[in-house]
Design a protein around this ligand. Structure first.
Ligand code: NAI
Length: 370
């Protein structure tokens, strides 16, 4: 345990529709953070710690609220047994001691006594999680023998299975053989997805803002390379956004020449209405928060009493295929977008406690408390 100078000040903010939103300040370390617990119906909340130079407190608040809510839906649909939570730390404008700041943050997480379990996110690393673990057990994604390790291959596998679900719905066969798939973004997930698709017989169109990366991945799979601007109007069976959010909007949707959009990027829709627009264009959209749930499913296995087993993570990620078929069918039946259908199914599960956690999480880096 490390002692931190004074305790952080916690202020609860009343935000309609949220279980608890806490503003955290600790002057000695310049810590300014927000921890948002959106919903705890299905279990304690789990979500990443985003460390980012937000321009204003309001920008940080908007981000954390949106992200925490997204975690609730992702967990409900993937039956991971978590509530939705997220935290953001606003990068201080003056120079600061990162270690001291993280410890002050970890003490707040500890004070929440397991209501919020944190993980790596944009701006934080496994090393940062190790620092947090010196203060509190409520953290996942650590380098230890029962840890789940890199989530990206699982996120990519879930995305691959989601692509198969779209193929099944459109063509009556889940095969991707001889289908043309355009991938935007060849980072940890996109490059792994390209590999899975290649070995299952797909033809690939690839793009990345890092041109050298795009060409080096393309060489391995005899893929076509296009520029980030060209990717939207590629003639293909399926477009897979695997880079950043907001890429599905009226301007880009008008350019699409594909039958389906299935990718791992978070928050692909610029607004919920863009899901309706995709539907009007006759494009099948797989909601991102279910497509990319493989990473959450994987890390969840780390907290099993018997420890992490990648086979369980793989098998559960596999089932995203069935969840998506259910969502497409519900959308068809109700004449709504797949995005709306996914939200409705998640809300139904929360109302009736379907997928509620029954086994308490076991933090193997501390003594297993069963
Ligand atoms: P990454 O940072 O490893 O890769 C992103 C790639 O996209 C980079 O190669 C980057 O150069 C490229 N890129 C950025 N802007 C682009 C643009 N305009 N056009 C084309 N390429 C562009 O990220 P990672 O881990 O592969 O994640 C990809 C997406 O999936 C992100 O939105 C992330 O939030 C989401 N996600 C990832 C998970 C994971 O397990 N890694 C889990 C859940 C969601």
């Amino acid at each position: 345990m490390y002692a931190t100078e004074g305790s952080a000040k916690l202020e609860e903010m009343a935000i309609a529709g949220y279980h608890k939103v806490i503003k955290v300040t600790h002057e000695p370390t310049q810590l300014q953070a927000i921890i948002a617990l959106h919903d705890v119906t299905l279990g304690p909340t789990m979500g990443g710690v985003r460390f980012y130079p937000y321009s204003t407190f309001d920008a940080a608040l908007t981000d954390v609220l949106r992200l925490a809510k997204g975690m609730t839906y992702k967990s409900a649909l993937s039956e991971s047994g978590w509530g939705g939570g997220k935290s953001v730390i606003i990068t201080p404008s003056a120079s600061f001691d990162r270690l001291a700041l993280l410890r002050a943050f970890a003490e707040v997480v500890d004070r929440l006594e397991g209501q919020y379990i944190c993980a790596e996110d944009i701006g934080t690393s496994p090393q940062d999680m190790l620092q947090i673990a010196r203060v509190t057990p409520y953290v996942v994604g650590l380098p230890h023998e029962k840890s789940s390790g890199n989530p990206s291959p699982f996120t990519a596998w879930g995305t691959f299975r989601a692509i198969q679900s779209a193929m099944q719905t459109l063509h009556g066969s889940s095969s991707v053989e001889n289908r043309t798939i355009a991938i935007q973004g060849l980072g940890s997930v996109g490059s792994c997805l390209a590999e899975y698709l290649f070995w299952h017989g797909a033809n690939l169109i690839l793009c990345d803002i890092d041109e050298a990366r795009a060409h080096s991945v393309a060489k391995k799979y005899h893929a076509k390379v296009c520029t980030p601007e060209e990717v939207y109007h590629q003639q293909c069976d399926l477009f897979s956004p695997c880079a950043m959010g907001g890429v599905l909007n009226p301007a880009t949707i008008a350019q699409l020449r594909c039958q389906a959009v299935v990718g791992c990027a978070n928050n692909q829709l610029l607004s919920d209405g863009d899901a309706d627009l995709l539907m009007q264009h006759g494009i099948l959209y797989a909601p991102d928060f279910i497509v990319n749930a493989g990473g959450l499913i994987n890390v969840t296995q780390e907290l099993n009493p018997e420890g992490y087993d990648p086979r369980m993570a793989r098998n559960k990620t596999d089932r995203l295929y069935d969840q998506l078929l259910l969502i497409y069918q519900a959308a068809e039946k109700n004449g709504c977008s797949t995005h709306q259908a996914a939200l409705s199914i998640a809300e139904y599960r929360m109302t009736y406690g379907i997928g509620k956690r029954v086994t308490p999480p076991c933090f193997h880096h501390f003594a297993c408390k069963r």
